[in-house]
Design a protein around this ligand. Structure first.
Ligand code: PLP
Length: 395
């Protein structure tokens, strides 16, 4: 049994990568804990050295558990290859190292996940790759930043703290016109709401830690690729020793089965909270691309199938003790990094400290929300009580 390629992605999420009748009818695939994998004969041992070898040779290079998840995610994206690694950041590093070499210049969005900048400014720089950051809303204007030695443009749309939507088709067109590749961090949307390959991206990374895992208990990254990049990405991951643990692979695959319903609920609750926050006098602005009037709304509407539950809002300036009263007393929103789990989160962030290509001018604090699966009215009541504490603390 396996779902037809013409079925909707929601259907494929349920069926992709499963083969119950190769496993006694058991619905979910078994977990293979493996380092050593034995070869029965000398001929079999030698066959493993063949570059086209498709079997199993050593735990780090793949097991039925990793292939099953990777196959499922590759199918969802229409990719030739998916490689599961130990974190989203590891996936970014594999993507960057696959598509760059010493002497190259790369362009990275100013809204990029902050640790990605650390790879660029530290590791890549050390190995002779220069990074220029660009305004996430640059669109076709990216062409002016492309140099003869530019090899790669990195996008993240929308930015996962500040939510600028990027014009990926325009960026890809400018890049490909000059032989430059595009790597897209698609963690916010997942394959469900946006497929960068449909818009020409060469490589896609996704932190499965977030929505695919979905329960705040897995660290994992995925590197997805097509055509000539596919073998290259696998080979970089193998050469650097990247892989993912058996139990995490299983949990990620289990998360995949419920991704569509969780994401739909996160979207709905996120929008409910965003609209409510927009009407609050304490809030200067809400950064949510699915809200009409958001600067990225038109491109989001053109390119995306939906919005996940992650967005930000900016408060009018408040003193730190008042902000602390607001945050410390929240009962349902946890204060923590990461997102995509079943529980709601809130996280303060200051983009001013990070930006280099653009300036962040909002004077008040930015708070990022991940809308979880709680009842939206309860979440609103929690925020409302927070605003009451804020008012009582005086600005
Ligand atoms: C969290 C995140 C990552 C990194 O994922 P980890 O699994 O935490 O390493 C990469 N990109 C984006 C957009 C993220 O939000």
């Amino acid at each position: 049994m396996s779902a037809d390629k013409n079925t909707k992605i929601e259907t494929r999420l349920v069926h992709a990568g499963r083969a119950p009748h190769q496993n006694h009818g058991v619905v979910n695939p078994p977990i293979y804990h493996a380092s050593t994998i034995l070869q029965p004969t000398l001929d079999a041992w030698d066959a493993v050295r063949d570059p086209g070898y498709a079997g199993y040779s050593y735990g780090r290079f793949g097991t039925p558990t990793s292939r099953s998840l990777e196959g499922a995610v590759a199918e969802l994206y229409g990719a030739d290859e998916a490689v599961a690694v130990s974190s989203g950041l590891a996936a970014i590093s594999v993507g960057l190292m696959t598509l760059t070499k010493a002497g190259d210049h790369i362009l990275v969005t100013d809204s990029a996940y902050y640790p990605c900048r650390k790879i660029c400014n530290g590791v890549l720089k050390k190995y002779g790759v220069e990074t220029t950051y660009y305004d996430p809303t640059i669109g076709a204007g990216i062409a002016a930043l492309i140099r003869p030695e530019t090899s790669l443009i990195v996008t993240e749309s929308p930015g996962s703290v500040t939510f600028e939507v990027q014009d990926i088709p325009a960026i890809v067109a400018a890049a490909h016109a000059r032989g430059v590749k595009v790597m897209a961090d698609n963690t916010w949307a997942t394959a469900l709401y946006f497929n960068p390959f449909d818009h020409g991206a060469d490589l896609v990374v996704e932190a499965a830690t977030k929505y695919i895992g979905g329960h705040s208990d897995v660290m994992m990254g995925l590197v997805l690729s097509r055509g000539p990049n596919a073998r290259a990405a696998r080979s970089t991951a193998n050469a650097l020793g990247h892989c993912s643990g058996a139990d995490d692979l299983y949990l990620a695959q289990r998360g995949l089965r419920t991704l569509a319903v969780r994401l739909a609920r996160c979207q709905e609750t996120g929008l409910t909270l965003a609209r409510w926050l927009k009407a609050r006098p304490e809030v200067a602005r809400v950064l949510h691309p699915a809200l009409p009037g958001d600067p990225g709304h038109a491109i989001w509407q053109r390119d995306f199938r939906g919005a996940s539950g992650l967005f930000s809002f900016v408060l009018h300036p408040v003193e730190r003790p008042a902000l602390a009263r607001f945050l410390d007393g929240l009962m349902l929103f946890g204060m923590g990094a990461s997102w995509g789990g079943y529980e709601s989160l809130i996280m303060p962030n200051d983009p001013r400290a990070i930006r280099t290509a653009t300036r962040w001018t909002d004077p008040g604090p930015l708070l990022r929300i991940h809308a979880g699966l709680e009842d939206p009215a309860d979440l609103i009541a929690d925020l409302e009580a927070g605003f009451e504490r804020l008012a009582a603390a005086g600005r």
